[in-house]
Design a protein around this ligand. Structure first.
Ligand code: AMP
Length: 187
């Protein structure tokens, strides 16, 4: 019997979407009942797939389109560091409250499962530095929206935003509009 399956889609095409989909695990009821946590650790742990994903993000935006990569704590750090290394750029961590040692800008926002505060150092970017922002999952878009605002408050210019997985039913993309979203896999 052939079961019907919804098509695997994303902004880098069906093959890239299927590659990401093949390395994501659903964890029901984590961290709260009713939430299906999308665990990307299997993707990070698979060397060839991780490299392909990083190369795709770089190729999508173009290595010349950004000067620095901002990663959102904590899984965004993994992506940001790899992209930065691959392109000879640097990393700026966007951190949860209270972790940064020097003067910071902060933004509070609502999560799919709670409230949170993100911070970035006030001198994290030079004036008009071009910034690629990355995270693992786009859900409601609150995290991304707060981050993009923080980057701009700190003097950066957001030239791209990538995630590995977009939960389309939570309408994060619409919330971020007119900013462009690059999601390798959209469910
Ligand atoms: P949001 O602000 O609602 O777009 O949530 C995005 C942030 O929360 C990202 O940093 C994700 O890592 C995390 N997140 C939210 N929902 C999920 C989920 N269902 N599975 C995995 N991570 C999630």
């Amino acid at each position: 019997m052939v079961e019907s399956q919804s098509p695997v889609i994303g902004d880098s095409g069906p093959e890239a979407a299927a590659l990401v989909a093949s390395r994501v695990l659903d964890v029901p009821d984590f961290p709260k009942p009713g939430i299906v946590f999308k665990d990307l650790m299997p993707l990070f742990a698979d060397g060839p797939v991780f490299r392909e994903v990083i190369d795709e993000i770089v190729g999508y935006h173009g290595a010349e389109s950004f000067d620095v990569v901002a990663g959102i704590e904590a899984r965004g750090f993994v992506l940001a560091a790899a992209i930065a290394y691959a392109t000879g750029t640097g990393v700026v961590p966007v951190r949860k409250a209270g972790k940064l040692p020097r003067a910071s800008f902060s933004a509070s926002y609502a999560l799919e499962y709670g409230e949170a505060v993100l911070e970035v150092h006030q001198d994290a970017f030079t004036a008009d530095q071009r910034v690629l922002v990355v995270d693992d999952v786009l859900a409601t878009g609150g995290t991304a929206s707060a981050t993009l605002d923080l980057v701009e408050r700190a003097g950066g210019v957001v030239t791209g935003f990538s995630v590995l997985l977009e939960l389309g039913f939570l309408a994060g993309r619409e919330r971020l509009s007119p900013r462009a979203v690059h999601a390798m896999w959209r469910v």
